[in-house]
Design a protein around this ligand. Structure first.
Ligand SMILES: Cc1cc2nc3c(=O)[nH]c(=O)nc-3n(C[C@H](O)[C@H](O)[C@H](O)COP(=O)(O)OP(=O)(O)OC[C@H]3O[C@@H](n4cnc5c(N)ncnc54)[C@H](O)[C@@H]3O)c2cc1C
Ligand code: FES
Ligand code: FES
Length: 1319
């Protein structure tokens, strides 16, 4: 039997028996077709990088159905008779890009571009849906939702959302952000946008496939697709009768393997695809309810429920809740039955189970020998786990009718890190109640996902409430009872928080009942409305555009953006595997400090496909076991006799496919022994006790300022030895670490590496293999996001592949899976800070003393840079005098890497936390304390000796006032106050803060060559990570060659191509980081261009009149003028440093019931000097701000007691999504004028704006303070303690709620009951 399907209109026909049924669609696309736009990033349905459009044809209805799916979870065999469209299938560089690609590119919506093909397909699908529905066009609401399940780590989402919204029929064009189509206010704006023309629509289902479908049959191989319940029944009976030892799996959407990842490795003897059985796909509205076939996708269930007109309130609410389950591309594939079977069999924390439990659903099951059975959902969930051959046929949700004079109330709730879904709930709930006036006649109360085996009904509380008039007392008693029922199982994270949500939701539900039914309505302040949808996103951008150095300074569209959108841009893993290629997967240590006795595989069986296990023994003679080598030292590649931290690389398993290598690494067993060894050092305190420190190179150790003992003596008040801690953050680049090493002639090797430091990868490989550096070539074209994570860790990944390739004399590549990447890569440096601060009664700080213990992990890496960075950012205020003792602790924890704004972000936080403490202790406004402690230029020059610049360059004070005015800061402070006075269950906070960020310029090489047709090729040391370096370099080349002023130089931009970095072609590439590589690379190409101009000028003059560029170049070729120039830019002074300034105002709203923080508005003013490209810089500012938002508010980095990272997946590690960014996001770039020492007076934008996200954290603290004040009042406690607290980082929902009071509902009711009793 054949598997026949189409991809991008191309026919594929494969013998089914030749296919391993556990193969995913993504594996097939990436490894067996040229369609590489489909990216692998998480492999668990959590990111959207792999989204494709799947189209099915119904020959009876002659109807094509199109929907997105995550190809990493879709089983390849399930696409029989389907058509797949990928981003390159929508359009491409040869056939023309699709309007979706053009708009994403024109709205500057891609940076590294790794997420962009998935975004393109998601957006295209939303357009297609709108187009097909005929009744409506895409609306702004739908447009915003189109990419709600797709992750992007670079852009901060705003430009992507704008690109989506630009297609909406109800868009107000003034709401669209900076783009390359037209400027704001332009009448023809809409006309200039590339149209999505449904007439010329991409054909998602080719005609030939429609014709073939009618004549196709299913067959009996390992994969089979029965077409009736009877056929399925006979298969299942057969299986049950003869099934001893035969494994079998029913497959619907297969999305469950996103959660149960072990199942992916499992291979079954038989896969039974149940999605083609009409009876299981039906949705029938019957007299008493609606019956839904078990394989109906969640998306279809939602659509159907929205149409039901009986008890519409309930069905509408069920549908709205279901829209928060996973992402659209999972709901399109995942079935209702699959969800409930996961909940029943494996105790999955399902939303579906909870809400259907409250709705009174029943389940129809077909089991053997019992036959067809009908069970209540409760019986189903609590029964013994379904067996493999038990089939869920359908679910029935009854219609509920209210009795005379009574009313039915139904509500569902969930608290999750992302308000619009794509995150499991901490707790979910659904309540159905029949009420008469203020009395509950009867009710169903369901709770789930809080660390319980199954969703539960709270019968005891249902009984208690039935027949009762709802009063505060009744509510209080019900809530007290609830406290004994909703108790998470041992080992569940945040148990107190989860338990506290249940009273909150029940209160919300029943409280509404009182307020709805009493004529004597309580004042608004007591009212707790049901959750509101998030406000729509809006934004504004003010960017100065200058023509002085045209095209430098213009918002030129990013080089290669359309290629990124169509998915044709090539990343390391997209390079086709050379013949004979092998694949590697890392075996890492799970012990912090232990002797390695040996490595073997489980059951001592070498797993399928394994070729070798490469370890330190395989480092060739003459080489060294070195995986990372820089000017700051070297780090070993493989552990030798001992491991020094959890996550350390022990070996690389090499196999015939990446999947086999990954599976084998999972089956590897490392034997350890710890007898006789010192206990590992697992915290900074232990490191101090044992004097386990790294030396900080003196030039990197910052200088103290003034005399703190005098400053302390001059203070009116002191806060002494106050402590705080900061944790880590993971990079979460969308492309994980990857490399391909290919052995070449004469003992040389070519390595393709996704690296920010190819020069160091080069040195590391040469050192490890013991070969001369000219035998190594490292090539990096582009990197799918780095953020510092591909500076250090890319080296051992590439070196390990090189060692394996050298040993086996075959190409070896690896694409590190997300979990391994998260466990091995390290992240930001955690630290413990102790501070003492002295200050006057006015708030003027006189001295600050700090002790900072930085956890550097087991090896030094670039950690030596941390101390100067921390202090660099902390010095933004005039502390009077500043002293510190910074220790770089050597522990047996994961070695830390330098993540975007390393140290600076912590320095900013420390400064703000101290300012907040001072303000609290004086009961003064924080904003006042900040302002009082601003630097004058004189104090700035004292604190930042060699980087303060000229007085006129110190723009911060004026920026502070400017953003104050543009954001209406003072007015909004009063509004926030009023809001807090009149709202009990939500509190707001607003905060304005400044940043200062010191950057250094480095030596950077470049080469510019002109080819005979006048086109230009440029090489630079800097790597394109998404930060727009190629675009800026192109602009600079065009500007600098434009100095020739011959005909045609104005169009040079189109003739320039920046090519991949090759370490043998461009030496001294150094590293890409510290925000200044773009400037340095621009400076280098400018020098090259000046040389070329010098060489071409005489020729031009000899031509005697105007000459065109092309002619000039032809003549230069004819006269053998050297048209290739290379140079190394070296800053005039060393160190060449300058300061970056920014101010942000953020306003947040905190929901006291759930702890959810919504960022209502952020206004940023950032000094970009003379921006080289305002569109690129704007993207850097927004993107880094949102990454900072992740650090401060969302990204919980949890390890076990030995340092093993537990938040190792998209399920547990939550980076910002489109629903967590500021609802209103205003960004303005300040053009701060000329400075001859900076590159065309520009400034850096890559890292500094990340620090501005601290404004969200500070605003949250303000809101929490208000909540605590209120709680103190309810509890009758002295309110002074309410303002002295630390808000930890990240301020996640549990953290915020715990500070606002987990017992907030109980306290409120007690207070009210007490107040009532006094009346
Ligand atoms: C990234 C992601 C996020 C998610 N977030 C949420 C969330 O927030 N809330 C929530 O409730 N859910 C969530 N889910 C779960 C999701 O709803 C389920 O994965 C999906 O509904 C399962 O359906 P499926 O058709 O893919 O099942 P499959 O994976 O095909 O099947 C699941 C299991 O059920 C068995 N099975 C399937 N159908 C039947 C049947 N009819 N009879 C008997 N056995 C059957 C299969 O053999 C398998 O063992 C999430 C899933 C993902 C991947
Ligand atoms: S790779 Fe498929 S959703 Fe992330
Ligand atoms: S552009 Fe979205 S992840 Fe890089």
């Amino acid at each position: 039997m054949s598997l026949v399907f189409a991809i991008n209109g191309q026919r594929f026909d494969l013998e089914l028996s030749s296919v391993d049924p556990s193969t995913t669609l993504l594996e097939f696309l990436r490894y067996q077709t040229p369609f590489k736009s489909v990216k692998f990033s998480c492999g668990e349905g959590g990111c959207g990088a792999c989204v494709v459009l799947l189209s099915k044809y119904d020959p009876v209805l002659q109807h094509v159905e199109d929907f997105t799916v995550s190809s990493c979870l879709t089983l390849f065999c399930s696409i029989n008779h389907c058509s797949i469209t990928t981003s390159e299938g929508l359009g491409n560089s040869r056939d023309g890009f699709h309007p979706v690609h053009k708009r994403l590119s024109g709205f500057h919506a891609s940076q590294c571009g790794f997420c962009t093909p998935g975004m393109s397909v998601s957006l295209f699908s939303a357009l297609l849906d709108a187009d097909k529905s005929h009744s409506s066009e895409l609306t702004v609401v739908e447009a915003e939702k189109a990419i709600s399940g797709n992750l992007c780590r670079c852009t901060g989402y705003r430009p992507i959302v704008d690109a989506c919204k630009s297609f909406a029929s109800d868009i107000d064009i003034e709401d669209l952000g900076l783009n390359s189509f037209c400027r704001k206010g332009d009448k023809d704006f809409i006309k200039s946008l590339p149209r999505f023309n449904s007439e010329k629509r991409v054909c998602t289902f080719p005609e030939f496939l429609k014709d073939e479908i009618k004549s196709m049959n299913s067959g009996m191989y390992r994969w089979c697709s029965p077409e009736s319940v009877e056929e399925l029944q006979s298969l299942l009976v057969g299986y049950k009768a003869n099934g001893n030892g035969v494994s079998m799996k029913l497959v619907a959407g297969n999305t469950s393997v996103g959660y149960y990842k072990d199942e992916r490795e499992q291979s079954y003897d038989k896969y039974i695809d149940i999605t083609r059985i009409p009876q299981l796909k039906e949705i029938r509205e019957k007299q008493n309810g609606v019956e839904i076939g078990s394989v109906v996708s969640i998306s279809k269930v939602i659509a159907a429920l929205k149409e039901i007109r009986v008890s519409p309130g309930m069905f509408g609410k069920l549908a709205t809740h279901m829209e928060k389950i996973a992402a659209r591309f999972i709901r399109n594939l995942g079935s209702i039955g699959g969800n409930l079977v996961m909940a029943q069999r494996k105790q999955f924390p399902s939303d579906m189970a909870t809400i259907l439990l409250a709705a009174g659903a029943v389940v129809n099951i077909m089991s053997f020998p019992r036959g067809l059975e009908k069970l209540t959902l409760e019986e189903f969930l609590h029964g013994s786990p379904l067996e493999a051959h038990d089939l869920v046929v359908s679910f029935e949700i009854p219609f509920w009718h209210s009795e005379t004079n009574s009313e039915l109330l139904f509500e569902t709730y969930r608290a999750a890190p992302r308000p619009n879904g794509n995150a499991l709930a901490y707790l979910n709930a659904a309540f159905l109640a029949q009420v008469k006036d203020t009395a509950v006649v009867n009710c169903r109360l369901a709770f789930g996902a809080y660390g319980t085996k199954h969703a539960i009904r709270c019968k005891e509380i249902e009984d208690f409430l039935s027949g009762k008039v709802i009063t505060d007392k009744v509510l209080y008693e019900a809530i007290t009872l609830l406290g004994n029922v909703v108790v998470p199982e041992a080992g569940t994270s945040n148990p107190a928080y989860r338990s506290s949500l249940a009273p909150g939701f029940l209160f919300e539900f029943l409280h509404t009942l009182i307020t709805h039914h009493t004529t004597d309505k309580p004042s608004n302040v007591y009212n707790l409305d049901p959750p509101k949808p998030l406000p729509m996103l809006s934004s504004s951008q003010h960017v100065p555009i200058t023509n002085e150095y045209n095209p430098v300074g213009q918002p030129v569209t990013k080089a290669g953006a359309s290629l990124q959108a169509s998915g044709e841009a090539i990343y390391v893993d997209d390079i086709p595997s050379p013949t004979n290629c092998l694949y590697g997967a890392f075996i890492y240590s799970t012990k912090p400090f232990a002797r390695i006795i040996g490595i073997h595989f489980k059951e001592n069986l070498v797993p399928h496909g394994v070729v070798a296990v490469i370890s330190c023994k395989d480092v060739p003679k003459g080489g060294k076991n070195v995986g990372m080598k820089t000017g700051l030292g070297s780090v070993r590649l493989f552990a030798e006799d001992f491991t020094i931290n959890v996550g350390e690389c022990i070996a690389l398993v090499v196999a015939d496919t990446q999947r086999h290598a990954d599976a084998a690494a999972n089956l590897a067993v490392v034997e350890y022994e710890t007898k006789g060894l010192e206990p590992p050092i697992l915290c900074v305190e232990d490191a101090v006790k044992k004097s386990s420190m790294f030396d900080i190179i003196p030039i990197f150790y910052p200088q103290q300022v003034g005399d703190t003992s005098k400053g302390m003596a001059a203070a009116d008040h002191r806060i002494l030895s106050s402590e705080m801690r900061l944790g880590s953050q993971y990079f979460f680049y969308m492309e994980t670490q990857t490399a391909l090493a290919v052995p070449d002639e004469d003992n040389s090797i070519v390595v393709y590496s996704s690296s920010q430091t190819p020069q160091y990868v080069h040195t590391s490989v040469a050192t490890c293999l013991g070969i001369p550096e000219n035998n190594v070539r490292v090539i990096t074209r582009r990197v799918g996001g780095g953020f510092g994570g591909k500076a250090v860790m890319s080296m051992p990944v590439a070196t390990a592949c090189a060692v394996a390739a050298n040993k086996l004399q075959r190409p070896v590549r690896t694409y590190v899976n997300r979990k391994t990447d998260m466990i091995m890569t390290g992240g930001r440096h955690p630290m413990k800070i102790t501070f003492s601060v002295g200050f006057k009664s006015t708030g003027k700080i006189t001295a600050l003393e700090l002790e900072i213990l930085i956890d550097a992990g087991a090896t030094l890496g670039f950690s030596t840079l941390m101390s100067s960075n921390i202090i660099g950012a902390l010095k933004k205020y005039n502390w009077g005098a500043l002293s510190f003792d910074i220790k770089l602790c050597k522990t047996n924890l994961l070695s830390r890497a330098i993540m975007r704004a390393p140290g600076d972000v912590q320095g900013t936080y420390i400064a703000e936390a101290i300012i907040e403490n001072v303000a609290s202790s004086l009961s003064l406004e924080v904003d006042t304390i900040r302002k009082i402690n601003f630097h004058t230029y004189e104090s700035l020059a004292l604190f930042y000796k060699d980087s303060a610049g000229e007085p006129h360059e110190y723009t911060l004070s004026s920026m502070w006032d400017k953003v104050g005015a543009s954001s209406n800061y003072d007015e909004r402070v009063s509004m926030v106050r009023e809001f807090n006075d009149s709202n009990m269950w939500t509190k707001r906070g607003i905060s304005r803060l400044p940043i200062i960020y010191e950057v250094s310029m480095f030596a950077t090489p470049g080469r510019v060559s002109v080819l005979s047709d006048g086109t230009i090729v440029v090489e630079v040391g800097g790597i394109e990570l998404g930060q727009g370096i190629w675009t800026k370099v192109k602009q600079m080349t065009s500007y600098a060659l434009g100095m020739l002023q011959c005909d045609g130089t104005e169009d040079l931009l189109e003739k320039i191509r920046v090519v991949q970095s090759d370490t043998l072609s461009m030496v001294q590439g150094n590293f890409t980081g510290s925000s200044t590589t773009s400037e340095g690379s621009c400076a280098a190409v400018r020098l090259c261009c000046e040389t070329l101009v010098k060489r071409l000028k005489p020729l031009m003059e000899r031509s005697g009149g105007p000459i065109s560029w092309n002619k000039l170049i032809s003549q230069a070729y004819a006269q053998s003028v050297n048209l290739s120039a290379s140079d190394l830019y070296t800053p005039e002074e060393f160190p060449m440093r300058y300061l970056n300034y920014g101010v942000a105002v953020s306003e947040v709203e905190v929901d006291l019931v759930t702890g959810q923080t919504t960022v209502l508005q952020t206004d940023i003013l950032y000094d970009c000097g003379k921006s080289l490209n305002p569109a690129v810089d704007l993207g850097q500012i927004e993107g880094s701000f949102v990454q900072g938002l992740g650090f401060f508010m969302l990204e919980e980095y949890i390890t076990d007691s030995e340092g093993l990272v537990l938040t190792d997946s998209t399920w547990t590690y939550k980076i910002p999504t489109v629903d967590t960014i500021p609802r209103r996001f205003n960004v303005e770039l300040l053009n701060s004028g000329c400075h001859e020492k900076r590159v065309l007076s520009s400034k850096a934008s890559g890292e500094p704006p990340l620090l501005l996200a601290a404004s969200v954290h500070c605003a949250t603290r303000q809101a929490v303070k208000e909540a605590r004040k209120q709680l103190c009042m309810w509890k009758g406690e002295d309110g002074s303690s309410s303002s002295t607290f630390q808000l930890p980082v990240p301020a996640t929902m549990p953290v915020v709620k715990e500070l606002c009071g987990v017992d907030i509902i109980e306290s409120y009711l007690e207070w009210k009951l007490c107040a009532n009793s006094k009346l």
